[in-house]
Design a protein around this ligand. Sequence first.
Ligand SMILES: Nc1ncnc2c1ncn2[C@@H]1O[C@H](COP(=O)(O)OP(=O)(O)O)[C@@H](O)[C@H]1O
Ligand SMILES: [Mg+2]
Length: 320
Amino acid sequence: MSLLQRIFVLNVAVFVLAGLVLALTPATVSAEIARLEAVVLLAVLAAVSAVDFVLLRRALAPLRRLSGLMEEVEPLHPGRRLSTEESPAEIRGLTAAFNRMLARLEEERRSSVERSLTAQEAERLRVARELHDGIGQSLTALMLQIDRVAKDAPPPLRAELASAREATRALMGEVRDVAIRLRPEALDDLGLHDALAALCDRLGEQSGVAVGLTVAPGLPELSPQAELVIFRVAQEALTNTLRHAGAETVELTLALGDDDALTLLARDDGRGVGDSVPGAGIQGMHERALLLGGHCALSTPAAGGTEVRLTLPRAAVTAA
Ligand SMILES: Nc1ncnc2c1ncn2[C@@H]1O[C@H](COP(=O)(O)OP(=O)(O)O)[C@@H](O)[C@H]1O
Ligand SMILES: [Mg+2]
């Protein structure tokens, strides 16, 4: 029955009830209403209104259920749809429209995340190239020039030139590090496994934290986009561990999960995320996961520390 029909039938039933009360009981209403009659009339009206209220409340219950379900929809867990069965026609229509709106919003969100991440990666690539080809080359030229000058310089100047050369070399190293952080060359040239290994080595060396890496054998060949998502999530998770966790070890694992989903785990033995507010880094991990229809979750396992779990459906990550 539609909501309109339900409410109409309910109201008719209540009117009939009120009519029956008037017709079948000794109650009367004189042209000039008596005090007792007025009291009886008010009592009957109050009773009828109360019955009406209770019945209407029941009839409108599906609407309340629907808004409760709408509240539960989580932007970070897309794909959830409300069920439409066993509801009046209007509610089914409303639910179906809401589901279609969810689908449109999710698609729009996915594509806008994709646009912004693609733009961000392109910009990083551009800056990394500029650092490498522009500043990097200039520093190399500067070093050669210092070498040349040092050859003919009087001995007292040589020591100073040597330290200028050393400073230039250190600067080149820093520029290279920034360029690698911006865009891991290894990812383009050597693939995900080596890029992750290089990342773990570099971060381990810099921080003194033991960074372990396990990549399960026999993983499917991944698309460049999937490799980039996994690399960036690993990079953020490890950086967070080094920055916030006060951990001694962190273990990175890439493997196929039980449900054939590709799973990246980063587990540290630090202080745990607790209820700290997610910032741009954690938000970025979620968005990159959503880009491939996957999911990223941070938790504190029973043993303590922090676990970042990235799950990507296999179909979305394999190379075409
Ligand atoms: N591995 C971790 N151990 C402890 N706390 C963490 C860890 N990862 C993240 N956090 C907490 O979550 C917060 C948000 O992280 P994030 O979104 O990456 O922002 P940011 O790193 O810029 O602070 C951090 O400030 C930190 O308090
Ligand atoms: Mg961070």
